[in-house]
Design a binder for this molecule. Structure first.
Ligand SMILES: Cc1cc2nc3c(=O)[nH]c(=O)nc-3n(C[C@H](O)[C@H](O)[C@H](O)COP(=O)(O)OP(=O)(O)OC[C@H]3O[C@@H](n4cnc5c(N)ncnc54)[C@H](O)[C@@H]3O)c2cc1C
Length: 397
């Protein structure tokens, strides 16, 4: 593995445009525009290596690497302030659609869809939630009528992340209304650039518009793009959502190397006592609790990965990790806001540092973590039923 690590770090040294070093996505739209050429060069170089989705087979645009090797790439990127641009621009493609296609897709579907995702040239969104079907997703009412070679879709989706900038959508639709609700659902894939699809962006409290209302008015999904069997979309989406949770288990957590940063930040804002410890005892206790939770979360991910011998099997355990990642991330944002006091509530202007302005946005947008990918409470239901073996008391049907 050491030789592989050296190869990776050498390649990164030669290929990562230094102009992009340390670049943070999300709040720097102008910087992104100014560096658009460098970003695209970086995307193309990653795609050529197959590192956009390094564990996918080479024939579908990946690099055929093991999970431990993919981890080495991520670690070496972090070392030099680099980042994997492709999963960010592929939307739901690399983390969710791709892994599900690899499992459920036909050879033709894999050939047509995976390379565009792995190269970051095609962005995907997911049309699952509806105004009356969120946690109780099986209540969805978007209809798909059989019309020869295609299904014709009518209905409304909501909270569709990136729908206005995606080329493809994976949608959950009702294909049989005469059976129990989970037995009449199918998963179809359709191009967004067609007259029957309309998107309306929704603005969030943190300023961005990451998601949309999506309307299907006689939208067309080819039958060749039905993923899995007709009326078996529930199995497909359960797997897809496990992949989503899995991808969210490390997101925004403050485990590992960031601990010292948070402690230093607290001391900087709150001050220290005569022994050099954080002056506020109550805050000190809560900070220590948080750091232990963050460390326990990071170690649990490490243990689960090691037990799976690096294969990173996706399972119901993803619900546990998603909830603990949520708690760690939200507590970190709350504590940081508390250290900063009124400085942590600035929205714009020269009275606030970049870190302060970034934190208030992280704090606000972090509220979404306990909602998307299945809410905190719904994960607890899954844990109680699928891991603890307790009887199901909700979401029957
Ligand atoms: C930032 C963001 C991005 C998103 N992106 C997408 C996307 O790309 N595509 C997509 O399809 N959807 C997306 N969603 C939607 C997301 O999946 C839903 O918001 C989520 O499933 C919850 O559904 P809901 O909003 O309808 O809330 P509801 O289901 O109405 O839940 C409301 C509250 O009731 C609680 N609750 C509901 N049922 C139960 C139960 N059985 N037991 C205990 N408590 C319960 C919930 O925990 C929650 O607190 C996104 C959401 C967010 C916030």
């Amino acid at each position: 593995m050491e030789q592989f690590r050296e190869e990776v770090s050498g390649w990164l040294r030669d290929n990562f445009p230094t102009s992009l070093k340390g670049m943070k996505f999300g709040f720097e739209g102008e910087a992104e525009a100014a560096l658009a050429d460098d970003l695209d060069t970086w995307r193309a170089r990653l795609a050529e290596q197959g590192w956009g989705a390094p564990t996918w087979p080479i024939e579908y645009g990946g690099a055929g690497l093991s999970h431990p090797q993919a981890k080495v790439i991520t670690q070496e990127m972090h070392q030099i302030g680099a980042f994997n641009h492709i999963p960010m621009i592929a939307g739901m493609g690399v983390t969710m659609v791709g892994p599900t296609l690899l499992e459920y897709g036909t050879d033709d579907q894999k050939d047509r869809h995976l390379p565009g995702i792995a190269s970051g040239e095609l962005r995907w969104c997911l049309g699952l939630s509806e105004p009356n079907a969120g946690s109780d997703l099986a209540s969805l009412s978007t209809r798909a009528e059989d019309e020869g070679d295609a299904y014709i879709l009518n209905g409304q989706k909501v909270w569709t992340s990136g729908a206005d900038i995606s080329q493809w959508c994976g949608a959950l639709v009702r294909t049989d209304s005469s059976v129990a609700k989970r037995d009449g659902i199918s998963f179809v894939m359709l191009p967004m650039d067609q007259a029957g699809v309309e998107t309306r962006p929704i603005q969030l409290i943190a300023g961005a518009s990451p998601f949309c209302e999506t309307y299907f008015n006689d939208a067309r999904a080819e039958k060749a793009d039905l993923l899995g069997d007709l009326n078996d979309g529930w199995s497909v989406v359960k797997r897809l959502l496990q992949h989503e949770r899995q991808s969210q288990t490390t997101a925004r957590s403050s485990g590992g190397g960031k601990k010292a940063g948070l402690q230093d930040l607290a001391k900087e804002y709150v001050g220290v006592d005569s022994t050099g410890r954080l002056a506020d005892t109550d805050l000190r206790t809560r900070l220590a609790d948080h750091l232990m939770d963050a460390q326990a979360h990071a170690l649990t991910i490490g243990r689960i990965t090691a037990e799976a011998r690096g294969k990173v099997e996706v399972s119901a355990a993803a619900s546990i990790l998603k909830n603990s990642a949520t708690k760690v991330a939200q507590t970190k944002a709350e504590l940081t806001l508390e250290f900063m006091g009124s400085q942590g509530l600035g929205w714009e202007g020269t009275d606030f540092t970049e870190g302060e302005l970034g934190n208030v946005r992280d704090w606000l947008s972090g509220k979404a973590i306990s909602i998307y990918g299945g809410s905190f409470e719904v994960q607890n239901n899954i844990i109680s039923k699928n891991i603890l073996g307790l009887p199901e008391t909700t979401q029957k049907g």
